[in-house]
Design a protein around this ligand. Structure first.
Ligand code: SAH
Ligand code: SF4
Length: 364
């Protein structure tokens, strides 16, 4: 019924075609990967951009049912990095020509946290003369807070929708006002309106999710005109309510393969966006991120969190590199990107091409 060669020559897909592509394995899957690699090379080049990832706090006021650092997990040793240690990591990224950083943490909306980020952004701007691309990933916030951070120099924001199907979202989160799908969506829209390069994503092969949902997620990214996507496999964490479903889930390897298909298909559908090779891929396959780079991803986020705190930022099990310092991680990563056939874009911020074109259209 489906002709793979014909479908792969299209730039847009129907829902049925997406579900067919998502299920591909073996030789047919390799054809999909090959097509995505060609599109990547043509539109964004064989280039990988680095974002130094600083997981600066695991304190969170939410209770997402899948996440190891959810507020109700009292086995977590909570931390907020000192501003100086964060700035050390920022300097490391800057001196090593990463050109961009990601500041990620659990979600808090209190004034102390907001002011902490305000001060941090001011100091980062001083250290790097405004030359670093700064991504924030600290969840849902008031519009004026997003606006303030944007004015202080944050130019990208990552807020995964987690599941674009509201019913599924509600199965993955507690049923209360702190975990509202509508608010998450509204936040994403606000970020885009303010002018951030806006990134979102989903967890792949989570409990209750079916292929139909993933096809809808891909259509959601396109309809939303998103600039960046970070998506990776769901990985169970023992101290979370969703752990009980892990026996019903596809194997880790299957989740990994579906994640690669998601990335490859998205590269064909949205050739100019930035797609991150999620760290969760590496928790399943030691070279999982590099495989993603070969078939469409163009961003990698080396973890530069001071190693003392890494073991406490466990969103899921088997999180890689929790005991390595930034230098060790960098050396192995550089060799592996090289093996994947990409060049590392040292010193280039790597703004989303899609964003740049979206902004041009806005001005016209
Ligand atoms: N608190 C912020 C950012 C930190 S969480 C936020 O929620 O937006 C970053 C991402 O980790 C989440 O968006 C989620 O998609 C991912 N994550 C959390 N638990 C996970 C799990 N068990 N498996 C895979 N990804 C997970
Ligand atoms: Fe908190 Fe983010 Fe984890 Fe949800 S996914 S519990 S908001 S850190």
């Amino acid at each position: 019924m489906f002709n793979l060669t014909e479908i792969l020559n299209q730039a847009e897909f129907t829902k049925e075609e997406l579900m067919y592509l998502l299920a591909l394995r073996g030789d047919e899957q390799r054809k999909l990967f090959l097509r995505a690699a060609i599109i990547k090379e043509k539109f964004v080049g064989k280039k990988t951009y680095f974002r130094g990832l600083i997981e600066f706090s695991n304190i969170c006021h939410k209770n997402c049912l899948y996440c190891g650092i959810r507020a109700a997990n009292n086995k977590v040793n909570r931390y907020l990095l000192q501003k100086d240690s964060i700035l050390e990591a920022v300097k490391f990224a800057y001196n090593n020509k990463y050109a961009s950083i990601v500041l990620q943490a659990g979600e808090r909306e209190d004034d102390e946290f907001i002011n902490f980020i305000n001060d941090l952004l001011v100091d980062i701007a001083k250290i790097c003369n405004g030359e670093l691309g700064i991504t924030l990933s600290v969840g849902e916030q008031k519009t004026e807070v997003y606006k303030k951070w944007f004015d202080l120099g944050a130019n990208r924001y990552l807020l995964r929708i987690e599941a674009s199907n509201k019913d599924l979202y509600e199965k993955l989160h507690p049923n209360n006002s702190k975990h509202s799908f509508d608010r998450r969506l509204a936040c994403l829209k606000n970020l885009q309106k303010i002018g951030y390069q806006t990134g979102t994503g989903v967890m792949i092969s989570s409990p209750y999710q079916i292929l139909n949902d993933l096809a809808d997620d891909l259509l959601f990214f396109k309809a939303f005109d998103i600039d960046m996507v970070g998506m990776g496999p769901f990985i169970e964490h023992e101290q979370t309510p969703l752990f009980k479903h892990c026996k019903e889930l596809p194997s880790l390897n299957e989740r990994f393969l579906t994640s690669l298909n998601m990335i490859a298909i998205l590269r064909i559908m949205m050739p100019e966006i930035n797609i991150a090779a999620a760290t969760a891929l590496q928790a399943i396959d030691p070279v999982g991120r590099e495989k993603a780079i070969q078939l469409g991803a163009n961003v990698i986020m080396p973890n530069i969190t001071p190693s003392l705190n890494r073991k406490d930022y466990l969103l899921y099990e088997n999180k890689p590199c929790t005991d390595e310092g930034a230098d060790e991680c960098l050396d192995c990563l550089v060799a592996r990107i090289d093996m994947a056939g990409d060049e590392i874009a040292w010193g280039e911020q790597g703004n989303s091409l899609h964003y740049q074109n979206r902004m041009k259209k806005r001005k016209e």
